[in-house]
Write a protein that binds this ligand. Structure first.
Ligand SMILES: [Zn+2]
Length: 671
């Protein structure tokens, strides 16, 4: 599986939040027993719910299930439910008395389809089962859901002996009786629904000595074919728990499980992560994505974002996982990651670059850029502004104050204001509430020698509306670089910095630490620019059937197709076709031919993909193939390579790829 695919896939991990846990009413206590037969695809359930006094509520259960028994305080309920969109029963409540509801239900589950791709899996809210695996998402309402109330549960699961189940919470019993496996789970942390997974798992367990003499059970539940990966995953989990316990505070739960799925899934829930078998096989999952998922037990499933006012948890998790691991690897690795984020941001058009506060969860590629990467950059700039000590203390304070409850961007700001002793209102407002990002230019610079030595005078400008910014400027003196931070709070200003040595150059933000729109030279074109732009025009040059099918997979908006005979459109261009027709089109319209980087490729190459920028500024993406078959082979892989500037394919395999080099805004001084 290509790296790009898996990155896109894993960044889409759906954190199933324990929504409304904090400011919501007292939890419902449930004692539930379910029996699942993966062979016959049948589920039988029975449970008792104690509902504390409060407002009346609805009890929802998916239509597929027959209700065998339904009593409230021992009295049989009229069996007729209400139907307004979904089946539900109204439970009238008194102000003083708790009620006891008992329900028995039974019904069929859907077959598991291993062929689903990740987007389908994310949308798929039906309960599925097979001997290879069972996934009952809570959103599928496979158990009675008491709406608006958090749930504390004991769940007993009865499966054929070769199967094991897992849900969020602690495994409190596990035994085999008469060819069946009976397991019990408890979870005290209130959440609205239960997500249940099961499969023919080999379980490997390990005890981890956590902060404060606590013992945490680490567990892999893997299919037999990847059972040998267990130790590596458990080692990595220990490393992440150690890192985040020291950095933030104690891990909030009693266990953590890594569970394999026969579908290419990526889900994160409190106390566990559920990942496709093929995904788990990729070595970098353990080194990056697993840590990201472990950290969500603090951010997302330990403190819950206030979705109404914006989801901060993905940005903070990306900053403290993905970005932090790159920083551990070295400054160049971290810089590369940030540059990739800023390039993605430059590939968005104005309408897509919405205020960060509007990000609540992920639906499209552009939301990932926004909610994950833009937000992660906010945390980097915050740390650069208040310093690492105040930043880390702020995180710990935020955790101890809001653990187990809902918190907003404002709560985060308050935590950092306390530790930094600064008013951060302006900082958060400008990065959260404004659409777009600043556009900065180093307009001019000169080196001056005066009576006191050397200095560099330089002018910076930014587009309106103006952002107050702290900007890192690197002055090169011989082999060294000196960083100077300057503050720009208007459209244009001239600055002066002194150097002890004769200066050789000055560079604006060379490490990509500022959230800003890169200039053309800084952001060489990548495929994503044309994929995401709703104004992209597609031209098909030969093999138009295969070309159009490919374009449909690559462009995220309805296709706007022009014929080769029409004038060159004044818009982003996707040119797809056969080598000879593509070359002819490029020549006729004065567009550059296939770049040298792609020319010297082995004879086995069947397709070439590259980006360029026209003199007028519009981006161009060219897909040039030997024949229609070679075009068709790109349908699966190509959409996952949005971050590349060029690729060479042999059939469906990318054998070479890269991004055009980034040229920072820099002025050299002649001496
Ligand atoms: Zn995440």
């Amino acid at each position: 599986m290509p790296r790009g695919l898996t990155f896109a896939l894993l960044l889409g991990l759906l954190v199933v939040p324990c929504a409304n846990a904090a400011r919501s009413p007292a939890p419902v206590h449930a004692d539930i027993q379910v029996r699942i037969d993966p062979e016959t695809r049948e589920l039988t359930g029975k449970g008792a719910w104690t509902v504390p006094p409060g407002e009346s509520l609805a009890i929802v259960l998916d239509d597929r299930f027959d209700v065998r028994r339904f009593t409230v305080d021992g009295q049989a309920r009229p069996a007729e439910p209400n139907h307004d969109g979904r089946r539900h029963w109204r439970l009238a409540q008194s102000e003083r008395k708790a009620r006891r509801v008992e329900i028995e239900w039974r019904g069929p589950l859907d077959p598991l389809e291993a062929g689903l791709d990740h987007r389908q899996v994310l949308r798929h809210t039906v309960p599925v089962t097979a001997p290879r695996g069972t996934f009952l998402p809570g959103a599928a309402e496979w158990h009675p859901v008491f709406t608006g109330r958090p749930l504390q549960y004991t769940l007993h699961v009865d499966l054929p002996l070769g199967q094991r189940a897992v849900v969020a919470g602690n495994l409190v019993a596990d035994r085999s009786v008469d060819g069946r496996r009976l397991q019990a789970f408890q979870f005290e942390q209130p959440g609205p629904v239960i997500d249940l997974m099961a499969g023919p798992y080999r379980a490997v367990e390990r005890e981890f000595a956590a902060l404060g003499n606590r013992t945490i059970t680490l567990r892999t539940l893997f299919h037999a074919e990847i059972a040998d990966l267990a130790a590596g995953y458990l080692d990595a989990t220990e490393r992440y728990l150690r890192l985040y316990e020291r950095w933030i505070g104690p891990y909030p739960y009693g266990s953590f499980s890594i569970v394999s799925s026969p579908t290419p899934t990526g889900f994160g829930m409190p106390t566990l992560t559920y990942l496709g078998i093929d995904v788990l096989r990729l070595p970098f999952i353990r080194d990056t994505s697993l840590g990201h998922e472990v950290l969500h037990n603090w951010w997302g499933n330990g403190v819950y974002p206030d979705y109404a006012t914006g989801n901060w948890s993905e940005g903070l998790t990306t900053f403290m996982a993905d970005h932090a691991y790159r920083e551990q690897a070295g400054p160049a690795a971290a810089r590369e990651l940030r540059l990739a984020w800023l390039r993605d941001l430059a590939a968005l058009d104005a309408g897509q670059d919405r205020p960060l506060r509007e990000f609540t969860s992920r639906t499209h590629g552009s939301d990932q850029v926004l909610g994950y990467h833009k937000a992660a950059m906010l945390f980097l700039m915050l740390r650069d502004t208040i310093g690492s000590d105040a930043f880390d203390q702020g995180l710990r304070g935020f955790w101890s104050e809001h653990r187990g409850s809902i918190a907003s961007w404002d709560d985060l700001r308050a935590a950092f204001e306390r530790t930094s002793q600064r008013d951060l209102k302006g900082f958060f407002t400008q990065w959260l509430d404004r659409a777009g990002v600043p556009y900065l230019r180093l307009e001019s610079a000169r080196a001056v020698q005066d009576a006191d030595g050397w200095r560099v005078d330089f002018t910076l400008s930014q587009d309106r509306p103006v952002y107050p910014l702290r900007i890192p400027m690197a002055v090169g003196t011989g082999p060294d670089q000196q960083m100077h931070w300057v503050e720009l709070d208007r459209e244009r200003a001239t600055f002066s910095v002194r150097t002890s040595q004769p200066p050789g150059s000055i560079t604006l933000d060379p490490d990509a630490r500022l959230l800003r729109r890169l200039t053309e030279g800084e952001a060489p074109p990548i495929l994503r620019r044309v994929m995401l732009d709703p104004t992209t025009v597609t031209v098909l040059a030969g093999a138009t059937g295969a070309g159009e099918a490919l374009a449909r997979r690559v462009v995220e908006h309805p296709l706007q197709v022009r014929s080769t005979g029409m004038p060159l459109p004044a818009a982003p261009l996707l040119l797809v076709g056969l080598e000879r027709d593509v070359n002819r089109y490029l020549a006729r319209h004065g567009l550059p031919p296939r770049p040298a980087e792609l020319a010297a490729t082995p004879d086995r190459a069947t397709a070439w993909v590259w980006t360029a920028t026209r003199a007028t500024g519009e981006p161009v993406t060219v897909v040039s193939a030997r024949d229609a078959k070679a075009l068709a082979a790109l349908g699966r892989p190509l959409p996952h390579y949005g971050r590349q500037s060029w690729l060479v394919f042999e059939g469906g395999t990318a054998t070479a790829r890269g991004t055009w080099p980034s040229r920072p805004q820099s002025v050299r001084f002649d001496r």
